[in-house]
Design a protein around this ligand. Structure first.
Ligand code: URA
Length: 431
């Protein structure tokens, strides 16, 4: 295989053969195809696209670049394409486990505006989100659920390619996104794969059409690889829940799991996604699975699973409570006019959280676990002049607070009349 000829072929919009794709990915993984040729291929794929068969071959080649796990129990996982305040995995994965499904979940650290699920869990002192694959398998078997980062043994081709895509403007391509997400999820081995494809300002699929296209490609790819699968396309125009950050999101997830607080939107989405995992895995109707999930949330079985997982991975929730009490620099932004909260722009809130230290600009950057934004209002709430809208927090000193507050303030649209009809959270189901 001559890499340059394949680059010419894809640049001209032609279809690559299965062996060509496999050899290109294998050559790149071994270091024989240099980064600049892989980056050129990624750009050609971005511009020219790939058909379903090519996308499946790319996924397969990336999956086969490392180890694949197999399980002798019923397994399911949920993957979200990433949103603002998206602490749902912390609730959904133990909830599905409480319903009798084993949940092996290889999750990510965040790059960009907000932390990933692993960053959030790592704010619990002692929590090991870098388990070896053997320990990952042991924790899943013992507690029914484990959340840890993808190791270099799983899809090393994706790890190398993602780093290149990140700096060459080639993230926004459906075949590349499908290859990246699906190769990791197929290698992880879960039999049922449920996708939460976000759409709106706070994520990379800005329109419903794009998100639907990605959802169909993920579900189609997972089914073609022999897995059970479904996806929800969900709204990400405003943040999910009250907390946006890392430790504050874990705190909110714990409050919901332990029944100390209730957010109808977060709970609705958690139940719906967990119910899809459970209904597909255990062959139950969706309605029966919803009821089972609601029961396991209400009777705190899901909370118990969460505590067992945290304990098995070394986390100390007593120290986490103490961490939450640590003094931070705070700034509360207030409404400058009376009316109703018409919109809270997810991207602007995420940018404010990032400015406070909740995300990382480059792999390896440190995250401030306590940095973030706590919303004081929801869309539709009535506010008067001076009503608190949100509190911004950082451990890094007071100097950045004002700029972050100005950014956060831009996120709030105060309208004189309440908007007619709420924005639906679940926009579409793909099966
Ligand atoms: N998440 C991934 O893992 N890969 C992508 O390409 C995009 C989001």
């Amino acid at each position: 295989m001559i890499a340059k000829l394949l680059l010419d072929k894809k640049r001209e919009g032609k279809t690559l053969g299965s062996a060509e794709i496999r050899e290109f990915v294998e050559g790149f993984t071994r270091g024989e195809i240099p980064d600049y040729q892989m980056a050129a291929m990624a750009m050609a794929i971005c511009c020219r696209g790939m058909n379903e068969r090519e996308t499946a071959d790319l996924t397969d080649a990336m999956k086969n670049s490392g180890r694949s796990l197999t399980w002798d129990v019923i397994t399911a996982d949920k993957h979200s394409t990433g949103g603002v305040g998206d602490k749902l995995s912390l609730i959904i994965q133990p909830l599905a486990a409480a319903c009798g499904v084993y949940v092996p979940s290889l999750t990510g650290r965040g790059l960009g505006l907000t932390g990933g699920t692993a960053d959030k869990l790592e704010t619990i002192p002692g929590y090991n989100a870098s388990l070896s694959l053997d320990d990952f398998q042991r924790v899943v078997k013992e507690t029914g659920v484990s959340m840890t980062v993808q190791t270099s043994e799983i899809t090393p081709a994706d790890k190398k390619l993602y780093a290149l895509r990140d700096v060459t403007g080639t993230v926004a391509s459906i075949p590349l996104i499908v290859g990246s997400i699906l190769s990791k999820k197929l290698a992880e081995g879960a039999e049922t794969l449920i996708f939460d494809v976000k759409c709106g300002s706070g994520t990379f699929m800005k329109t419903k059409e794009e998100a639907l296209q990605l959802a169909k490609a993920l579900v189609g790819g997972a089914k073609a690889a022999g897995r059970k699968s479904a996806a929800l396309v969900t709204d990400m125009s405003s943040p999910l829940g009250r907390a946006i950050g890392n430790a504050n999101e874990v705190e909110e997830a714990i409050e919901i799991l332990s029944g100390k607080s209730f957010d109808p939107k977060v709970t609705e989405l958690c139940i719906e996604l967990a119910a899809l995992m459970v209904s597909k895995s255990l062959d139950l109707s969706l309605e029966a699975a919803r009821l089972l999930c609601q029961d396991k949330l209400n009777d705190m079985s899901a909370y118990k699973r969460f505590l067992e997982m945290v304990n098995a991975q070394g986390g100390d929730l007593g120290k986490f409570e103490a961490l939450l009490k640590t003094k931070t620099y705070k700034f509360t932004i207030q409404a400058m006019r009376s009316g109703f909260v018409g919109a809270i722009d997810a991207e602007k809130i995420a940018r404010a959280a990032f400015m406070l230290g909740a995300g990382r600009a480059e792999a390896g950057d440190e995250i401030d676990p306590l940095a973030g934004v706590d919303l004081a209002v929801k869309r539709g709430d009535r506010v008067s002049v001076g009503s608190p809208l949100a509190t911004l927090k950082t451990s890094r000193g007071p100097s950045g607070l004002e700029a972050a507050a100005a950014e956060a303030l831009k996120a709030f649209k105060i309208e004189s009349a309440i908007a007619s009809g709420d924005i639906e959270l679940i926009l579409e189901r793909v099966e």
